[in-house]
Design a protein around this ligand. Structure first.
Ligand code: SAM
Length: 175
């Protein structure tokens, strides 16, 4: 089981990027996301709606107390930060240690409290350059799964894409 913890959501300002963190988590192989910061029902509903239409399973939750979420998590905890150790140096170690265990991937928002760095098993950087939680999460999952997430099957979709060279083809799936 892989869960993403998104810290420090701000109503309004972060709505789009937090939605994208959720969509990337789902599309790239995580099993759920926990949002912390300001509760944003509308934003969470938009991620749930995508899961209902395009398939799951993918859980979306809110938890105000992120410290408790991190402390109570029984598994390997990874914080993605530009200040960490480059992913290419650590990913094999993470894969070995997480074998059979649950994984929590923590991404920040505008400001990540310093204590987070000491609460986790790994602080991992996707390059040591500043960019985005969306890109960092996507690339970490891609490295972790070694590309297998690209073949992920989603259960009970109502709709799916029929891939083509050009144009858009969608299939609606009857229940
Ligand atoms: N300066 C902020 C801080 O306090 O760390 C980071 C803000 S950044 C816009 C938001 C989040 O994107 C970070 O908390 C981190 O999870 C992720 N992120 C940005 N660049 C990253 C990188 N190079 N490697 C890993 N994660 C990164």
């Amino acid at each position: 089981m892989i869960v993403v913890l998104r810290l420090g959501h701000r109503l309004g300002r972060d709505s789009r990027i937090s939605t994208h963190v959720g969509l990337v988590a789902r599309a790239f192989g995580a099993d759920g996301i926990i949002y912390s910061g300001e509760k944003d029902q509308k934003m969470m509903e938009s991620v749930k709606k995508i899961t209902e239409e395009w398939g799951g399973p993918f859980e979306v939750e809110y938890e105000k107390n992120w410290r408790r979420v991190i402390n109570n998590f029984n598994g390997i905890k990874i914080h993605l930060t530009m200040y960490g150790i480059p992913v290419q140096e650590k990913i094999e170690d993470v894969r070995k240690k997480s074998n059979g265990k649950d994984l929590m991937i923590i991404v920040g928002g505008e400001k990540v409290p310093g204590e987070v760095y000491d609460m986790v098993d790994y602080n991992i950087a996707i390059t040591n350059q500043p960019h985005s939680e969306v890109a960092a999460l996507a690339l970490f999952l891609h490295e972790y799964f070694e590309g297998e997430e690209l073949e992920r099957n989603f259960e009970k979709p109502r709709i799916r894409v029929i891939p083509q060279e050009r144009g858009k083809k969608i299939k609606k799936i009857k229940k």
